[in-house]
Ligand binder design. Structure first.
Ligand SMILES: [Mg+2]
Length: 218
């Protein structure tokens, strides 16, 4: 499991929330006043069924069991944040407005089910089509922004997705990375580094996270 204790990776110390906690030797227990940790969820192939370059709200289809999975994670006190690379915008396949229409439909479904996410961030860039950016996963930009805007603690957060690029930020931020085998996950699983773990799907990821949280509340 990758949660704590593996190397800091490329670590350009990206802990905006550091220094905020009480800083005594004992870690604060659950409910202490440190910022919440989050589960950072990839969208396509993880939360939603993979549809190549989804740009139509009618194509929004949640992975089976997603709502219950999100509800259980929320219940454990974890923030839910969607982080999604949307290079289709840079590629000219669809517009920002198309993206936002899909995002709004997903938000509507989640809110209707009583499990709204705390935030959604997208990267519209691609280095072949736009200037380089720091937000395209596995870059840190979306996570740092979410931490700042939502007052989250990245260390010990969870990074869930169907590609390695969704998990790599777990190294930088010293969190846990879980690969789901939905979407492109089966391909990614063939060369999954040992500090990450594969689970069948989002509901299984939620169970894995809840088990780890119960064993080691932070
Ligand atoms: Mg994906």
């Amino acid at each position: 499991m990758s949660s704590p204790g593996h190397g800091p990776g490329t670590g350009q110390g990206a802990e905006p929330a550091a220094g905020r906690g009480p800083g005594t030797g004992r870690g604060p227990g659950p409910g202490a006043s440190r910022p919440r940790r989050a589960v950072f969820l990839d969208r396509d192939g993880t939360l939603l069924l993979e549809k190549d370059y989804l740009a139509d709200p009618a194509g929004v289809e949640l992975v089976p069991g997603a709502l219950e999975a999100l509800r259980s994670l929320r219940g454990a006190g974890l923030a839910l944040v969607v982080v999604t690379n949307q290079s289709g915008i840079a590629r000219g396949l669809y517009s920002e407005a198309d993206y936002h229409a899909v995002a709004a439909e997903l938000d509507r479904r989640l809110a209707a089910a009583g499990v709204p996410v705390d935030g959604t961030y997208h990267c519209p860039h691609h280095p072949d089509h736009t200037a380089p950016c720091d937000c395209r996963k596995p870059g840190p930009g979306m996570y740092l922004r979410a931490a700042r805007e939502l007052d989250l603690r990245l260390e010990g957060s969870w990074f869930v997705g169907d590609k390695l690029t969704d998990l790599l930020p777990a190294r930088r931020f010293r969190g846990g990375g879980l690969l789901v085998l939905t979407g492109h996950g089966a391909e990614a699983a063939r060369e999954l580094p040992a500090d990450f773990e594969a689970v069948p799907d989002l509901p299984a990821a939620a169970r894995r996270i809840l088990a780890a949280e119960a064993a080691d509340p932070r």
